[in-house]
Design a protein around this ligand. Structure first.
Ligand code: KG4
Length: 338
């Protein structure tokens, strides 16, 4: 089954062609990051306008790359939640038009389910059940993946997402947006014990997380140093911060895997690209004899292939949408369009 998939939930316009949920024939991405970097964060209105400007040409490129024509497409899939509403609507309406014109099913895909599905592309043998950690710019979630479409969230951030925290801390350190990768690079020359930073725990909710206190602590260190005219060793501050994020993510995820009895742990989302967090996960998984699944960097961030992959399983489970499909800024991962 050939699925043409579209992802426009934030600042990447992404279009892919996938076969049977596992094989990627084309995966075209047009990132707007440079444009939003001017403003230090994503400007929703600009994101929507830019999706409109490029989605048609990007789709033609994907078809050419896959070596197919529109007539070969068996279904059209699209991210319909969560994300920036105007940005999502561009993809949803484009997908509706295409599905209607071709007379093929329209498959709505939850963005977080897509991030989990990136692992099916990276690991063709992988099948549920397994535990997944999704850490992106908008979400930090621990998910019990019982089946391809039976996914339960068992822990999440109570405030900022991990990626959002990386971006805000990077900004206060003077790094460009999106700050995760430059902060990762900066931290490599630093001492991760140089600054004492908080690791929040939530009473009675062992898998939940909180990053806003950590973010505020770093902001306060930078402002206090500025007021006193002191110079901070920024690589060490970046390394101490990253170590605090890793200490929040890794032990929780490992504990959840132990308690749920899972041997396979999949990591997904942009923050999964972080070198320190990857290293800590590799060590922790090796120490407990668990199999760690981390997609390559290209599949960690937003992409269309992961949406096409998940769409295949949604379709097999009987999910498809009509022309009344809407976009939603937020929706629980298990509260699906029916
Ligand atoms: O999954 P993603 O591409 O988009 C969302 O769905 O949000 O994640 C983007 C987030 C951004 O916050 C970015 O700063 C962060 O992932 N990120 C990183 C790294 N690369 C990207 N955070 C930490 N270390 C990295 N190497």
């Amino acid at each position: 089954m050939l699925i043409f998939s579209i992802e426009t939930s934030c600042d990447e316009t992404a279009v892919a062609v996938t076969r049977n949920g596992r094989e990627v024939l084309a995966d075209e991405i047009c990132s707007q990051a440079d444009m939003h970097a001017l403003y230090g964060g994503v400007v929703p209105e600009l994101a929507s306008r830019n999706h409109i400007a490029v989605i048609g040409r990007l789709s033609d490129m994907a078809l050419r790359k896959a070596g197919i024509t529109k007539g070969d497409i068996d279904a059209v899939a699209v991210t319909y939640t969560p994300g920036l509403i105007g940005a999502l609507l561009v993809g949803v309406n484009f997908a509706k038009g295409l599905a209607l014109a071709l007379g093929v099913p329209l498959i709505p895909v939850h963005h977080i389910r897509g991030h989990i599905a990136a692992n099916y592309i990276a690991y063709p043998e992988l099948e549920p059940p397994f535990l997944a950690l999704i850490v992106s710019g908008g979400n930090s979630l621990i998910a019990d993946v019982r089946g391809y479409t039976d996914i339960r969230i068992i822990g999440s951030s109570r405030d900022d997402a991990a990626g959002e925290c990386f971006d805000k801390v990077a900004r206060v350190l003077g790094l460009p947006y999106p700050g995760g990768r430059p902060l990762d690079e900066l931290s490599r020359g630093g001492d991760d014990t140089a600054f004492r930073l908080p690791r929040a725990r939530i009473e009675g909710a062992p898998y939940d997380m909180s990053f806003s206190g950590l973010k505020t602590a770093v902001v306060n260190i930078v402002h206090n140093a500025g007021q006193k005219g002191e110079t901070l060793h920024l690589p060490s501050l970046a390394a101490s911060f990253t170590s605090a994020v890793s200490d929040t993510l890794v032990p929780r995820t490992m504990m959840a895997a132990r308690e749920l009895g899972y041997n396979k742990i999949a990591i997904a989302g942009g923050v999964a690209a972080n070198s320190r967090i990857r290293t800590d996960f590799i060590k922790a998984a090796a120490a407990e004899g668990k199999t760690l699944l981390i997609p390559p960097l290209s599949l960690c961030g937003d992409n269309g292939a992961m949406i096409g992959c998940q769409a295949y399983y949604e379709y097999l489970a009987g999910k498809s949408a009509g022309m009344d499909l809407n976009a939603y800024a937020t929706m629980d991962v298990d509260d699906l369009y029916a």
